[in-house]
Write a protein that binds this ligand. Structure first.
Ligand SMILES: [Ca+2]
Ligand SMILES: [Ca+2]
Ligand SMILES: [Ca+2]
Length: 325
């Protein structure tokens, strides 16, 4: 386990969370939650913010108590998280995970009871649309009060420039190098197994950003061995790692290429599949079709250049006989 926050911060600038700048999630002890304020300088609407929060392993913050609300508001207590001044002279603030349901009452998306509320005077007013969500709103200023908003563009208003994420457990940041791979790893799935006494007790799947970074939020707190595996790369297991109860931990991994059939060893079977598909390319109609050998041609394209060539063979040869570790 390596700790490398500086590297993550640099990497974050290039990632597909794009223009969203990462902060460090901070722990709110009274309710054992983690919160993070995210700034999006070009502005963002509710659905996009909601999706980014989920991609980071959390959800839009649901400050269900006065304490949580003050804590969240302090993470974004800067006018730069808010919209420009609207035609009405006010500003829209960072999004939260509250919404007005078809049942006509307010809900938090994590199902916390909606008993506490911190509406700005005159809010909620249902302005701008039938479906409303919650944002920080303090007239022309910033602070810990809320307003309701359709969550989408409305005439005369620009978008707010941020949102707050809530995590049920401490999210861990990881950075994976996929060896011998030409494209960026953006969109490659990585399967993360949490192992206790040899048993996989939880599995989660993450999607890599362009720089190989990803966030895992452990499904449960505890001490585990943690195994990382991506399609035709061998797994890597680290640990024991105590997750969910401490500060952000950054995991740096480098995964070995060559496991065409995904059984976590580079063997003659991988050679056989690669041979079957030698010279195929992504212009072939069956590139993504499972063949008689149980694999797809794309699975044998180890370097990701869109063709099965001697270069894929070389990767396999170099790593022959290796297994996940
Ligand atoms: Ca409103
Ligand atoms: Ca294999
Ligand atoms: Ca290739």
């Amino acid at each position: 386990m390596q700790f490398n926050i500086a590297k993550l911060a640099v990497a974050a600038g290039a990632m597909a969370l794009a223009a969203a700048s990462m902060a460090t999630p901070t722990h709110y002890l009274p309710t054992d939650k983690w919160f993070e304020g995210i700034k999006v300088p070009q502005g963002i609407y509710w659905d996009a913010a909601k999706a980014l929060a989920v991609r980071k392993g959390g959800y839009l913050a649901c400050p269900a108590t006065a304490g949580e609300n003050t804590f969240c508001a302090n993470l974004i207590s800067d006018i730069s998280f808010y919209s420009d001044v609207s035609i009405h002279g006010d500003r829209i603030g960072p999004w939260l995970g509250g919404y007005h349901g078809p049942d006509g009452v307010w809900h938090w998306m994590n199902n916390a009871p909606f008993t506490y509320a911190k509406w700005w005077p005159g809010q909620p007013d249902g302005y701008g649309g039938a479906t409303q969500v919650i944002m920080y709103y303090n007239g022309a200023g910033f602070g810990e009060n809320w307003g309701d908003h359709p969550g989408t563009a409305i005439n005369g208003f620009g978008p707010p420039r941020g949102f707050v994420i809530e995590y049920d457990r401490a999210p861990a940041s990881a950075y994976v190098e996929l060896q011998n791979y030409l494209p960026t790893p953006e969109g490659v799935e990585i399967v993360v197994d949490f192992i206790d006494n040899g048993n996989v007790v939880a599995t989660s799947t993450a999607t890599l950003e362009a720089d190989g970074s990803f966030i895992i939020t452990p499904p449960t707190n505890g001490t585990f061995m943690v195994r990382f595996k991506a399609s035709h790369w061998l797994s890597k297991t680290i640990g024991p790692v105590t997750v969910g109860t401490s500060v952000l931990e950054n995991v740096n991994l480098s995964l070995i290429n060559g496991d065409v059939d995904g059984d976590d060893s580079v063997t003659i079977f991988d050679y056989l599949v690669l041979s079957d598909y030698f010279d195929k390319s992504d212009s072939d109609a069956d590139w993504n079709t499972v063949g008689a050998n149980g694999m797809r041609p794309v699975d044998a394209d180890l370097d990701g250049d869109g063709t099965i060539t001697v270069f894929d063979y070389l990767i396999l040869s170099t790593n022959f006989d290796k297994s996940g570790s």
